[in-house]
Design a protein around this ligand. Structure first.
Ligand code: CA
Length: 180
């Protein structure tokens, strides 16, 4: 785990007048923004996906290996994860499995070979969808939107997001309720 300098970026929670909360996100970000975690070790592909998703108005973070992906997911609580299978250190299947044990999150996997796709379909790693490289960016966006729509529907039925505590304020994302 690398050490992040604390003073490089102002605390956004405090900048908005709220006490720091357990997720590190502002209230606006928690309620309104679609957040996507892209896990891909090839910088050209990662930045192409990130650029395209930013155009959609989504908040995007990129992780280049498995451990960074797990750290990012715990911090930003993404609405969906785009996850490459071939990663250094820990493969995408293992990342997917560990993500689901922490907090259920929709995952779209990127595979490079047919045998990876066979594994994905045959063994059920908890991915919601997959695309084989090279893929169309338009298609990836469409599938991501579809996964987000499905997730939004089911999150009104099951409270998948734990409440967040900020000072003496309790924020229940699933119920869209703030209480003291
Ligand atoms: Ca890769």
């Amino acid at each position: 785990m690398s050490h992040q300098p604390r003073d490089s970026e102002p605390n956004r929670s405090q900048a908005h007048g709220y006490p720091p909360n357990s997720s590190g996100l502002t209230i606006d970000e928690l309620f309104d923004e679609t957040t996507v975690l892209i896990v891909e070790d090839e910088p050209a592909i990662a930045s192409a996906i990130a650029r395209r998703m930013t155009v959609e108005g989504w908040r995007v973070e990129v992780a280049a290996d498995g451990p960074s992906a797990l750290e990012s997911a715990a911090r930003i609580m993404p609405d969906v994860v785009i996850l490459d299978v071939m990663l250094p250190g820990m493969d995408g299947f293992e990342v997917c499995r560990q993500l689901q044990t922490e907090r259920p999150v929709p995952v779209i996997m990127l595979t490079a070979r047919d045998n990876e796709t066979d594994m994905l379909v045959g063994l059920g790693f908890g991915a919601d969808d997959y695309m084989t490289k090279p893929f169309s960016m338009r298609e990836l966006i469409a599938r991501t939107q579809a996964v987000l729509r499905r997730a939004n529907r089911s999150s009104t039925e099951t409270n998948i997001r734990p409440p967040i505590v900020a000072g003496d304020i309790r924020i229940d994302i699933a119920a869209r309720r703030v209480s003291r």
